[in-house]
Write a protein of this length. Structure first.
Length: 205
């Protein structure tokens, strides 16, 4: 991609009104492609697509199936699930890079795309850590503390995050990672605020 070319974002969504809304938000900064379903999305996928905003529940081919195909065809493409489906523990095994629960605000969508594009500059370990922390935050915002503690998958997720942090801490002196570290901090701080809000809603129990 030359300096004059805009990054290409593919919006996959079966609700036409949401496609039009996302296009309005994105079209100034990005070359936006759209698809109303999974099959059409794969037809419009090529090496130029850098970020996919992917609905999870669609008629016909599901977002989960599209995600698998994208990973196989273009492993470097970043995928954010943008969906009304609250995350369950199965997301830990999925290969998306971020998870947004509808309704999504304009700023949240734009920041997500910007983050995913920026991540292409980071090392492989940093990319994995960002994706895992995103999954951790998504689950902590929807699952109770008891459910999280009882989940072996979530325990494994936290162990992997801790290991990646240790590996990165050892490498940080040799890496320009300030922006990435700030990103992860932002995710964690937002999650902590959300958890505190949930506890307040529950009466502080």
């Amino acid at each position: 991609m030359t300096e004059d070319e805009k990054p290409t974002v593919l919006v996959v969504e079966d609700e036409r009104a949401l496609i039009e809304l996302y296009v309005r938000w994105l079209e100034g900064e990005y070359d936006v492609r759209t698809a109303g379903g999974g099959e059409e999305a794969l037809e419009k996928m090529d090496e130029d697509v850098e970020v996919v905003l992917l609905d999870r529940l669609m008629p016909g081919m599901s977002g989960d199936e599209v995600l698998e195909e994208v990973q196989e065809r273009i492993p470097d493409c970043k995928v954010a699930m943008v969906t009304a489906v609250e995350p369950d523990f199965d997301v830990i095994r999925m290969g998306f890079d971020d998870y947004l629960t509808k309704p999504v605000e304009r700023e949240e969508l734009l920041q997500t795309v910007e983050r995913l594009l920026g991540r292409s500059e980071f090392a492989e370990l940093e990319q994995e850590l960002y994706a895992l922390v995103s999954k951790q935050a998504a689950l902590q915002s929807t699952k109770s503390e008891e459910e999280l503690q009882e989940s072996e998958e979530f325990a494994e997720l936290e162990e992997r995050i801790a290991k990646l942090r240790a590996d990165l801490d050892a490498a940080l002196p040799d890496m320009e990672s300030d922006e990435f570290v700030a990103m992860v901090r932002d995710i964690e701080e937002a999650d902590e605020e959300g958890s505190e809000g949930d506890r307040a809603d529950d009466g502080g129990d």
